[in-house]
Design a protein around this ligand. Structure first.
Ligand SMILES: *Cc1c(COP(=O)(O)O)cnc(C)c1O
Length: 367
């Protein structure tokens, strides 16, 4: 028996014909850069999230970076973010020239602890950057209220939460801008790097379209120093096909998560299971548990063919790359504790129930 932590092969088998047709059309058209499918996917994905505009870019990291620039964030500015995330969230702030200011997480939801945000606000703070980590939305109502009171921008990192709901509204529809990654293993994934920024602001959208395309207004007329960060037409064509399946795939992720949780509870397993706030619809990009003897459990699972991962083992404030910020161990104790205990179990829509049972049986025997 072999259970991978994710696999994309099974999904490809199901949608192969649709995908091949859409790729062939792009090949025939020759419109590889900002072609028809890019414009259509921007419209369709924005509509899916109930947001007015979409700007396709070449990765989730660039989505966050360009979103910062489009919000006027740069050198000397501070952006509030949690240290318990993938490093790309924080790198994007640095790429814009701004300084990340960390706030610890809530131990149940692994999202920013909104009650700690206000203490971190200074005269230099320009924005709050919540991450809907693992597919569980951040607590947006109080967060937006703080942002409004202090006149701060809100940049949502939705890279792990396509289709997740907060009080029946899609994530990505709350902030001034929202950033998505379509990295292959995300809930909505391309066949390579891809990303998108959503916004209701016409102004921000216009700036983003310039920033992603050399700052050009016309073929050879450039009105600002832009970048080359466009969503490939081929990836957009693939994503248009996959978007039609996203709700169904998220439903199955939720069923898989419910089965894991039910089985672990039946076995009275001594571990912390994922939590879902009453007002959210979690989309389980990852199914993350917390256990004491993580190293032993991971090795034991690996011996029985079950691959697991850790998302993420080192909080950003303790990463070598951020030594310049002079944070130290103990600064964000909840993030640090969780990093030592978390374990990501296999999770993808095509994961069979029998594999989930197998993982639960082996894991509980190792506790
Ligand atoms: C994947 C991810 C990113 C980066 O997206 P890329 O498309 O890989 O650049 C940013 N933030 C979070 C939370 C992510 O999971």
């Amino acid at each position: 028996m072999k259970v991978d932590v994710f696999t994309l092969k099974k999904q490809y088998e199901v949608i192969k014909d649709e995908i091949k047709g859409s790729i062939e059309k792009v090949m025939q058209s020759g419109g590889f850069i900002i072609g028809e499918d890019v414009k259509l996917f921007e419209k369709e994905f924005a509509a899916y999230c109930s947001v007015k505009h979409g700007a396709g870019v070449n990765s989730g990291t660039d989505a966050l970076f360009l979103a910062c620039l489009a919000c006027g964030i740069g050198k000397g500015d501070e952006v509030i973010v949690m240290p318990y995330t993938y490093i790309a969230t924080v790198l994007a702030i640095s790429m814009a020239g701004a300084t990340p200011v960390f706030v610890d997480i809530d131990e149940k939801t692994y999202n920013v602890d909104v009650s700690k945000i206000e203490k971190a606000i200074t005269k230099k703070t320009k924005a709050i950057l919540p991450v809907h980590l693992y597919g569980h939305p951040a607590d947006m109502d109080p967060l937006m209220e703080i942002a409004k009171r202090h006149n701060l921008k809100v940049i949502e990192d939705c890279a792990q939460a396509h289709g997740a709901l907060y009080k029946n509204k899609k994530v990505g529809s709350f902030g001034d801008v929202a950033c998505f990654s379509f990295y292959p293993t995300k809930n909505l994934g391309a066949f390579g790097d891809a990303g998108m920024i959503l916004t209701n602001s016409e102004d921000i959208k216009e700036r983003l379209l310039l920033l992603r395309d050399y700052g050009r207004k016309d073929r050879y007329e450039h009105i600002l120093k832009g970048y080359n960060s466009r969503l490939d037409t081929l990836q957009a064509a693939i994503l248009r096909v996959k978007l039609k399946h996203l709700d169904k795939w998220n439903d199955i992720r939720r069923q898989n998560a419910a089965l894991y949780t039910k089985l672990f509870k039946e076995k009275k397993a001594d571990m912390i299971l994922p939590y879902e706030s009453s007002y959210v619809r979690h989309v389980y990009h990852l199914y993350v548990v917390r256990i004491k003897n993580r190293k032993g459990v991971m090795e034991g699972l690996a011996e029985k063919g079950v691959r697991t991962l850790i998302h993420y083992p080192i909080p950003i404030h303790l990463q070598e790359a951020y030594r310049d910020l002079s944070y130290k161990k103990g600064d964000f104790p909840i993030s640090e504790k969780c990093c030592e205990e978390i374990l990501t179990l296999p999770m993808y829509p095509e994961l069979p129930a029998k594999d989930i049972k197998y993982v639960v049986d082996i894991l509980t025997n190792l506790l």
